[in-house]
Design a protein around this ligand. Sequence first.
Ligand SMILES: Nc1ncnc2c1ncn2[C@@H]1O[C@H](COP(=O)(O)OP(=O)(O)OP(=O)(O)O)[C@@H](O)[C@H]1O
Length: 290
Amino acid sequence: MQPERDAPSSAIRIQNLTVKYGDFTAVDSLDLEIPRGELFGLLGPNGAGKSTTIRVMIGQRKPSSGTVQILGHDVVREWSTIKPLFGYVPDRENHFEEFTGRRNLRFFADLYGAPHERIESCLAMVELDEAGDLPVKGYSLGMRRKLLLARALLHDPPILYLDEPTANLDIHSSAVVHRILRERVAAGKTVLLTTHNMPEVEAICDRVAIINRGKLIALDTPTHLKQAHTERKVDLVTVDHQRLVFDLDDAADQQQFAEWIRSGKLATIRTREFDFHATFLKLTGTAFDE
Ligand SMILES: Nc1ncnc2c1ncn2[C@@H]1O[C@H](COP(=O)(O)OP(=O)(O)OP(=O)(O)O)[C@@H](O)[C@H]1O
């Protein structure tokens, strides 16, 4: 018999995790602790090690060293306990193309032992109830992604992992997904997602980790990271077409900027958007593939 344990406050605890592919270190001594009821974003440029980290959590890859605990259970030693605790929305879809959306969900509900009422409620949640009797081969990319989310929610797991959940979704569908994820964390469940969509990070994530080349380089709320790292700059174009940039945190630049304003010789003034995208680029020194 398993000893009784107190419910752990952490949903996910990653300690000193290293994952290697041969000689290549994809995740390097990563430490992360994610409490229950948090919507957490794992960010980083292509190849940073985000998917590899998730692969360890979903049992597709063993740590080279270090440990990962989900709700107090070790992912390697207690795999059969871990499996029903999470749902996973992969970045690549793997539906049965000839089956309808409903039949796809019925297959997975039976596999997970989820009650069939969940099929209808999950289809309705992602607004696919009307399209549920159409074969998936006729679905758009966005419908396919929403069906993946419905599938991951069938057994109402306490933890949900999502790889790029709103890729290929239009604004309305993205908003539907965001609402579902926020409702889950409001109900005390935990969501971990990867995304390259910075407005999405600002809109829904409670905290984010930025990883680069397998290492953790920043961990905080999007607002704090933005305040701490975004450069505050202003671009000017003068009436005789000079282009000037002033740093608003530099005293000399502030003075020169004020002099230009007083001169009345400016054609355009533009403040650089103080957004999370700029913060990310500054921290990682990279650009997104957009
Ligand atoms: N099966 C594998 N064999 C060898 N190297 C791999 C394998 N899978 C991933 N890698 C390498 O490990 C590194 C991390 O890859 P990973 O897929 O975890 O990155 P990522 O942050 O998810 O990137 P993306 O944003 O592009 O999905 C990359 O350099 C990648 O080439």
